[in-house]
Design a protein around this ligand. Structure first.
Ligand SMILES: Cc1ncc(COP(=O)(O)O)c(C=O)c1O
Length: 393
């Protein structure tokens, strides 16, 4: 089937929730994808920060093949060996103590919201309000889209769950104005992703930690996009030296296999008892076998240093582009955004036609979240294609 034939069939049978590009990738290897017409692309989208080891990584294939011959799925009514191995790895690297597994970022955040509320319920304290931030993104379930500080995601879904209050990102004063004796948690992305690749200021995250400690409330970091090595550390908060009470992750954790997780401190984790929260597929043997391999690879000596190095090289290369429509290049590691003075939709299309996949983060920010395994040659290739695209834009 061609791209066009797949698109026509999709329009007939798939629900209309995405504004899709007119290509259908059918094969991937490393940093490259091929569409159904055989055209090759350098993939700086990586399934939106998911395929951190590139496409069809050989070690991941082996891990999945081996596990697929052993056991695919059993319920969380039983102990699952690859799941407990993965939990140990995540605990050891995060500074937190306990793990809950699920299937996506939204589900991980939903779990974090529930945990924060149940924690205070168990303590018999009447606290259930959560402070979140404008321009944030936390997912598409009713609670997580309410936590998302962008009106466009709320429209038409009323009544929304109560108890979410919106402060300004990187502005502690607006947080102080919202904190009260009903607040149970503050939830924030250390680097806002969908909102335009905006890293938190050091003092902002330190300030949030201070407020949470002062009030005895929980600090939740949403690292669904920024986690798993994306910023040159396993978690972006490790660049700041600020440890949350709860952190959520998904996207890169399975390297393309769907898995999400929520980690909590010993204290916060006491909010949940058997029966409080669950997920049928959460942390099943097959997905956790993949995630174990991903964790092993990204914590191999030198891997994350290389992410930082490649990220710096990409930033320097992007900053070298002379184009007065560019306002700023920003981000951390390989989570980068180029802010333009106008809508970038057409630029994304031109890049695609020229063989480079990139995406937007908001209307004016061109986002690059490539596999963490990209090399300098691929960076050069991407930057050259972008330069050519800018000439035609
Ligand atoms: C920071 C953040 N949180 C949550 C989500 C939702 O994740 P998922 O689409 O896996 O539910 C996303 C997805 O883009 C995200 O970037």
């Amino acid at each position: 089937m061609t791209n066009n034939e797949i698109a026509i069939k999709g329009q007939e049978y798939v629900m209309n929730t995405y504004g899709r590009f007119a290509i259908a990738p059918v094969k991937g290897k490393g940093s490259y994808l091929w569409d159904a017409n055989g055209k090759q692309y350098l993939d700086f989208v990586g399934g939106i920060a998911v395929c951190i080891l590139g496409h069809c990584n050989d070690q991941l294939i082996t891990a999945l093949q081996e596990q697929s011959r052993q056991l695919w799925h059993v319920s969380n009514l039983y102990w699952i060996k690859p799941q407990v191995d993965l939990a140990e790895k995540l605990v050891n690297v995060s500074g937190l103590d306990k793990t809950f597994f699920c299937n996506s970022g939204a589900e991980a955040n939903e779990g974090a919201i529930k945990l924060a509320r149940k924690y205070f319920y168990r303590k018999k304290e009447d606290r259930n309000e959560i402070i979140v931030f404008k321009d944030s993104f936390h997912g598409r379930t009713l609670a997580t889209l309410t936590a998302t500080g962008q009106d466009k995601y709320h429209e038409g879904f009323a009544p929304l769950p109560a108890g979410f209050y919106y402060a300004e990102f990187n502005n502690l004063t607006t947080v102080e104005q919202l904190v009260n004796d009903k607040t149970c948690a503050i939830m924030v992305e250390p680097v806002q992703g969908e909102g335009g690749i905006r890293p938190a200021d050091q003092n902002f995250l330190l300030g949030l930690r201070r407020i949470c400690d002062r009030e005895g409330i929980l600090l939740i970091f949403d690292e669904v996009q920024s986690g798993m090595g994306r910023t040159g550390k396993v978690f972006a908060y490790q660049n700041y030296g600020v440890v949350p009470d709860i952190v959520t992750m998904a996207k890169g954790l399975g390297g393309g296999i769907p898995i999400g997780a929520m980690l909590a401190s010993e204290k916060a984790a006491q909010g949940f008892a058997p029966g409080d929260h669950a997920s049928t597929f959460g942390g099943n043997p097959l997905v956790t076998a993949a995630a174990n391999k991903v964790m092993d690879i990204i914590t191999t000596e030198g891997f994350l240093e290389q992410v930082t190095k490649t990220g710096e090289y990409l930033v320097q290369s992007l900053k070298g582009i002379k184009d007065n429509r560019i306002i700023e290049v920003r981000g951390r590691g390989l989570m980068l955004g180029i802010e333009f003075d106008r809508d970038i939709k057409e630029l994304v299309n031109i890049c695609m036609q020229k063989g480079l996949l990139v995406l937007g983060a908001g209307n004016r920010v061109l986002r690059m979240v490539p596999p963490l395994t990209i090399n300098e040659t691929e960076v050069n290739q991407a930057v050259n294609i972008l330069k050519e695209a800018l000439k035609d834009w």
